[in-house]
Design a protein around this ligand. Structure first.
Ligand SMILES: [Zn+2]
Length: 158
């Protein structure tokens, strides 16, 4: 819930009112460059680069666009939640740690803000696929979000 409020505050401040969430507007606001790396191994999704004159999110450019969006949102989560960004290289090995879970749920909420999803489901009938296109995320991310927010049984979902 705290994460939800934190994200709502950022979206309000940047006047982001509807999906898809323009991540570049948010990374720019926080002074983070986004660098697309074509040479990351497939197992690495992203990282945060922080040295004297560069603060950036590195993202695996070989991954699908929706996955890159999730990675950027996940790395933003590490940064905004105050995790120790000097030590972050996101690969498939450390997904079970608390900080990884926090960054994942931050990413899910940033890409599909609760209030936007709730209002969408109030107004119209949707499939998971419709929602994944509207929010520019994978169908898996939509499904997790619907489950976590208890909206999966909504009558406007088919
Ligand atoms: Zn991570």
């Amino acid at each position: 819930m705290e994460t939800r409020n934190k994200i709502k505050t950022i979206l309000d401040k940047l006047e982001i009112k509807e999906p898809p969430i323009p991540l570049e507007k948010i990374t720019t606001f926080f002074g983070l460059a986004v660098i697309n790396y074509p040479k990351f191994p497939d197992s690495v999704s992203g990282t945060i680069i922080k040295d004297d004159d560069l603060l950036a999110i590195g993202v695996n450019d070989n991954h699908a666009k929706v996955r890159q969006r999730f990675t950027i949102a996940h790395e933003l989560g590490h940064y905004i939640l105050g995790h120790d960004v000097d030590k972050i290289l996101d690969d498939e090995f450390d997904k079970s740690s608390d900080k990884e879970k926090e960054a994942n749920s931050f990413a899910g909420e940033l890409l599909i803000p609760h209030h936007m999803l709730e209002s969408d489901l109030k107004n119209q009938i949707w499939t998971i696929k419709d929602l994944s296109q509207r929010y520019q995320v994978s169908e898996q991310v939509v499904t997790i979000k619907l489950l976590e927010s208890n909206l999966i049984n909504n009558k406007n979902l088919k």
